[in-house]
Write a protein that binds this ligand. Sequence first.
Ligand code: SF4
Ligand code: SF4
Length: 168
Amino acid sequence: MAFEGACAQVEKQCYTKKEFADIEIELYEKTINRGFMFGYLPFPSVMFCGALAEKSITIDPSGDVHKCWNFIGDHNNRVGELMNHGIQFNHTYARWKEYDPYTNSTCKECDIFPLCTGGCPYNILVLGQAPQNNCIPWKWNLDRVVNLAYESGGDMPSSEHHQDHKLS
Ligand code: SF4
Ligand code: SF4
């Protein structure tokens, strides 16, 4: 993924996604060793983030409507405006509405689809990221995450329990 703006200055100091996936496991192990509960079992999801849900929007203080919260305060990239009679969407909204990670052959053939469901849509739609570069740590550490959950006794089948105790 290409870093933009201020982040571009620290790109070389950042971990690759694979490196981060390894370090994430080390950090999970440290928290477990210090007595924290690990109850984060991966689960399939129909979409990666709420920004893709039709009824999910973010409204900033100026009344601009966004899908992804990365755009808060970015007037030029709003997907609509809050009006007295409701929300007036513009043409940018269609980009989000029409995005369908299930049409991506790379992701559909991926071992962990639909646990990941194509990753962050902002990276794809806005930054032009290729799907194979939009992977999340589970791509490299899923087996270790599941083993940690098993070994630490963190098998939590209910979503309510999952939300209460997840570590990431
Ligand atoms: S940055 Fe990505 S994951 Fe976060 S809200 Fe925006 S689209 Fe969703
Ligand atoms: S891990 Fe990567 S290739 Fe697999 S579904 Fe997620 S984004 Fe697509």
